[in-house]
Design a binder for this molecule. Sequence first.
Ligand SMILES: [Zn+2]
Ligand SMILES: [Zn+2]
Length: 154
Amino acid sequence: MLEGMDPAPLSTCRLTDAELVLTAESGDLWAEGSFAAEGEAPCDRCSEPVVVRFGKAFRSLLVPKGRGPAGTGHAELREEDLDVGYYDGKGLEVNDIFWEQVALELPLKVVCSEDCRGICPACGANRNREPCSCPGGAPQGPFDALKTLKGKKE
Ligand SMILES: [Zn+2]
Ligand SMILES: [Zn+2]
């Protein structure tokens, strides 16, 4: 499932659970369901592979292309959790519905852990595994460098 799609920043992504109920209502389609997905991505800081799991329940209204939502009866359209999508009137790929939902939930950035210490910029060691002995274990920003320069002048 979810083949032919770009799950960036994940390198792989598959559905582990998916439920969908489609209800037709005067040409519109209500899609209600939920999904659970699992993917893998390199940690943004240390590049170690991280397994990411996410999912959500969704409810969307699919209206035929070239036409807005039918009538004025859709007061629920203002609900924030409701997505409105379009289909070409002939049919739609269930896969597409899920992929659209998955795409909305893809993480922007993946880290193996909130306190991942990343890779040492000096020696390239993964600091989660091997504490390296490079001086200045704490990351030194440009402002730290300025402070040092000032300190030397005075
Ligand atoms: Zn990491
Ligand atoms: Zn180091």
